[in-house]
Design a binder for this molecule. Sequence first.
Ligand code: HEC
Ligand code: HEC
Length: 330
Amino acid sequence: MTTILRSVCLATVVSIFAASACSSSSSSPSGANGDAGAGEAGAVRTATTGTVERGEYLVDHVLVCGVCHTPNGADGKPDLTKYLAGSRSYDFTDKDGTIVTVNAENLTSHNPEGLATWTDEQIRTALTAGIDDEHIALYPIMPYPEYSLLTRADVDSIIQYLRTIPPNDNVVPSDYPYFDQNPPAPPVDGSKIPHTTLPTTDPGYAAAERGRYLATAACLNCHTEQLSADVPDLAKAFAGGKKYTFVRGAPVNTSANITPDATGLATWSIDDIVAALKTNTEKGTGRAFCNTHPGGPELYGKMADSDMRDIATYIHTLPPVANGPFKCLP
Ligand code: HEC
Ligand code: HEC
């Protein structure tokens, strides 16, 4: 939860969501039932589809929320005593040249540090539209433009799982200087995400299209350059070249072109892609990937084989896009 209360109505933001009203405090805007003061008992539960198990799987092994929302310990490994309790910080340069630090907040069921008093609808809005409980719009390092394409059941599953995480009182610093991405980054236009080039009659077609759904939510944000700040260039979807860093002062990483072009993965088979995702190493050289690619045994390593194969089938059969080649490190 951010610590700054808003007393102004963000009309441009709020108007997108007919259900939201302007709020003069941090209390829930969701009408008669939204009594945030009542704490957990008052949080309106509307996440009725999906399952906690599906949510845990998506959070830990597909969408890897902890990469940003779990801090690293002194040993550089995730500090699991602060699982999803925040925070990684992320620096970016705002339009006017200011360097802004945003922090990935506490998602545990702690009151007030976590999401205890948020209604399900507020969590859903943050996840899929990038607007928090105080109507502050989030910076899209948080991949809500892509999460807007998740099914209702998957979003509900994530919400249900977050509710099971024990309260953790970890205090996450406020974004500095004060930041409000107003208006929020627009949702990714799902109709512009490329389809597999396989014909519908191909036996791999269904797998590739299942992979399209997962890869859009999990891989698109990092593996696609931006047209302008916050808007991915979908003509170059999955063609890499986006620059990334999570740790202040660390070298900037550039994502790889994962389309089957000569500048990308033209020489990789579906099995090669699956193997790389499992071992977190590059085909041929065995080099471990830069740590911005969220591989490794605890992350993609525990993705279901069938999901990994679906994703690999999709990216292997994307329309090739010439872009790069890029190196993770200069
Ligand atoms: C690449 C990093 C990254 C990933 C992955 C990520 N987040 Fe975030 N998230 C952030 C950052 C950074 C913010 C704060 C942005 C800001 O302050 O403008 C945030 C904010 C949020 C908020 C709003 C919290 C608040 O108190 O305002 C929620 C809820 C949230 N994330 C949930 C999730 C969930 C659930 C997942 C996985 C499905 C996820 N995030 C994945 C970086 C990430
Ligand atoms: C947080 C950002 C991020 C996310 C999320 C991400 N990647 Fe990556 N990925 C990278 C970066 C950066 C590299 C370059 C790593 C290197 O070369 O060391 C990379 C490299 C790769 C490579 C190796 C390409 C090569 O030429 O060696 C593959 C394959 C890959 N990613 C697939 C995926 C898939 C599939 C997903 C989604 C399931 C995904 N990535 C999600 C950042 C990301």
